[in-house]
Design a protein around this ligand. Structure first.
Ligand code: SF4
Length: 344
């Protein structure tokens, strides 16, 4: 990793303090923010309303992390998957999706993942490290710079467990969210978690009205622990209680992700258990046809089963939709992203 501080790691308040520490007025931070996130420049040299002396000073103290694109794959459906060199010998993947309401980006929060979900490719290679706030934000900037599109929605569903990198993820949202930064409203940001209960409580205390997405995938502890080892630490009862408390505290609807695997969690008994579990909660269920990964033990559920499952939930008072599959032909769909070690 580059040793100098990455200027994109600071939120606006932090950058104002930094400026004061190097003997500059705090408003310089706003100017720098504007250059980085609105003009999307890649060097201090391009910040032309700063004096040459200040630009030189910034160059000596900070670096601007600009990822390199190693590979770019485009799906038949228009989804684009990027492999980014994060400049320390590692590479991560980021996905740009196009919807009728605009562009959405699926970003990674860690290089690898410790959670070990059995249906996910992201966890197959050893965990390397957390991404910094600036590296999280850089994924969005690099994609916008490359495509020229304006991204309106962000999902933290790429490589990594976002709440396992809590401080950097929350800080990146403060940068993304700031009207002087990328100015994307928190309501257009979703954070997905495998169910780190203490962090769900912590998030409920932040004043960030983003959408919390829970990767549930099963309705009892036996099945869930088989799919997601994190369930051994935070079993379903604790997770659901944390979700109820989150909703009570924030008055925000939770989205439950449920990946349907053939003959595993996709029959009507599972749908019944799911109704029982979520009854009365302010929530939505996103059904995901599981994507088969190399060496993965789960197969995709049939379309017929998926629709029956959805209809059962909707008929019993739980709002459920089937997520449109995007990018599966380029391994860019849910659970298919992986980190890479460029030195291997
Ligand atoms: S599903 Fe998410 S939490 Fe689970 S292993 Fe994959 S990246 Fe990690």
């Amino acid at each position: 990793m580059i040793k100098m501080k990455n200027i994109k790691d600071y939120n606006l308040e932090e950058l104002k303090k930094e400026m004061q520490e190097i003997g500059e007025k705090p408003f310089r931070a706003e100017q720098i923010f504007k250059w980085l996130y609105q003009e999307k420049v890649k060097s201090f040299d391009e910040m032309t309303n700063l004096s040459l002396e200040l630009r030189k000073k910034l160059e000596e103290k900070y670096n601007i992390c600009n990822f390199k694109i190693i590979k770019k794959q485009e799906s038949k459906d228009g989804t684009i998957k990027y492999l980014f060199d994060v400049l320390d010998g590692n590479a991560i993947e980021t996905v740009l999706m196009s919807y009728h309401h605009g562009y959405s980006i699926c970003i990674s929060s860690q290089i690898g993942c410790k959670m070990g979900c059995k249906f996910c490719a992201s966890t197959g290679i050893n965990f390397a490290r957390n991404l910094t706030s600036g590296e999280i934000v850089e994924q969005l900037l690099a994609v916008e710079q490359d495509t020229g599109v304006r991204i309106s929605n962000i999902v933290f569903m790429g490589i990594g467990e976002p709440l396992d990198n809590y401080e950097n993820v929350v800080n990146s949202i403060r940068i993304i969210n700031n009207p002087k930064g990328l100015n994307i409203g928190a309501r257009h940001i979703s954070i997905s978690t495998s169910g780190l209960v203490p962090k769900i409580y912590k998030l409920s205390e932040e004043n960030i009205p983003c959408t919390l997405s829970i990767s549930l995938h099963a309705t009892n502890n036996k099945k869930r622990s088989e799919m997601m080892p994190v369930n051994n630490t935070y079993p379903i009862e604790e997770l659901i209680q944390a979700c109820k408390d989150y909703i009570a505290k924030t008055n925000r609807r939770i989205s439950f992700e449920y990946a349907l695997a053939k003959d595993n969690n996709d029959n009507l008994e599972d749908a019944k258990e799911l109704v029982k579990l979520l009854k009365g909660m302010l929530c939505h269920v996103n059904l995901i046809p599981i994507n088969k990964i190399e060496k993965g033990k789960f197969d995709k559920s049939s379309n017929e089963n998926i629709m029956k499952f959805r209809d059962y939930l909707n008929d019993h008072g739980i709002v459920a939709t089937i997520r449109r599959e995007l990018g599966s032909d380029i391994d860019a769909a849910c659970g298919q992203l992986r980190r890479k070690n460029l030195k291997e």
